[in-house]
Design a protein around this ligand. Structure first.
Ligand code: ATR
Length: 284
């Protein structure tokens, strides 16, 4: 790609940022759609977020992604925020607006699009979410907003699951989210659940750890989704597949959070064919 005087710049702010696959997603999207845009990363220290966001706006930067540890802190530097991102309390995409940036959470838009892509319907579904960190919080909001009828939220530290359940149930004015100690998984009634793995267990290549090491738990699954994408097949996914069910890793979610951001920045729609093309580049 030729960088010219007219080329618009997008980028990722966070720390660390060197490992990010976002440059690969966005630069491939720009190449495929013929947009005069380039994407890179900016390492930003804690405490420098406001200056970075203000400076980026002044430099006419087209859009920013935000990653760890700034996803909550960045909210104070925005002129506007999407209501779901506000409820979640985390923003990963900044889009130019009048006088500053508007914040969105495309992490969950990405998961929603992945599930759609795989034909997994959240409306009226029963969901089990493993973990109660930042990702679980966003995913619980998503599942509730899409009309899941029951969401069991399991965590080692049950107080964190309780906090998320309270926030989501209050926001949607219902009692769909049930917090639980992960050790009590056998108390979950019945089967046919969409099981979403959001903990960091299994995160390292060759890591065979799994958050629930009991085959009977995996019989509850209709399908499994792990937000981890490296390794490409986690032990969680293997245990779901051993029950004859489909299991997906987090690579499509990651791809689609980027696709959703790219669409917001460029006011365009990426086709499934274009998204699949980028996915192939990421799998390599
Ligand atoms: P993220 O923002 O990606 O969600 P996080 O906020 O650090 O990451 O959350 C990590 C999740 O993995 C938490 O739910 C954590 O459980 P605790 O809240 O009890 O710490 C979970 N987790 C990490 N290591 C774990 C382990 N060995 N066993 C069970 N859960 C674990």
């Amino acid at each position: 790609m030729d960088i010219k005087g007219t080329t618009r710049v997008c980028g990722l702010i966070g720390n660390p940022v060197g490992h990010s696959v976002s440059p690969a997603i966005h630069n491939n999207l720009a190449r495929l759609t013929g947009k005069d845009m380039v994407y890179t990363t900016f390492k930003v220290e804690k405490g420098d977020v406001e200056a970075a966001v203000r400076g980026a706006y002044s430099l006419n930067i087209l859009g920013l992604n935000v990653t760890v540890p700034h996803k909550s802190e960045v909210i104070d530097s925005l002129v506007d925020i999407d209501p779901l991102a506000k409820a979640i309390g985390a923003v990963n995409t900044l889009v130019r607006a009048d006088g500053g940036f508007k914040g969105y959470n495309t992490d969950i838009l990405g998961l929603a699009r992945e599930l759609e892509d795989e034909g997994i319907e959240l409306a009226d579904s029963k969901v089990i979410i493993l973990g109660a960190g930042g990702a679980a919080r966003a995913i619980t909001f998503l599942c509730s907003s899409k009309g899941a009828k029951k969401i069991y939220l399991l965590n080692r530290s049950v107080d964190k699951a309780q906090d998320i359940a309270h926030a989501v149930n209050t926001h949607f004015n219902n009692e769909k989210v049930i917090p639980m100690n992960i050790a009590d998984y056998a108390d979950i009634p019945g089967d046919d659940y969409i099981v979403i793995q959001t903990t960091s267990v299994g995160l390292h290549p060759n890591d065979t750890a799994v958050v629930i090491d009991d085959e009977s738990f995996y019989k509850k699954a209709a399908v499994g989704v792990d937000i981890i994408y490296n390794p490409a097949e986690t032990m969680f996914m293997k245990l779901i597949k051993a029950q004859g069910k489909k299991a997906y890793n987090g690579l499509k979610m990651l791809l689609y959070q980027g696709v959703s951001a790219y669409e917001l920045w460029n006011d365009c729609k990426i086709s499934k064919k274009e998204a699949d093309e980028v996915y192939k580049c990421l799998e390599k």
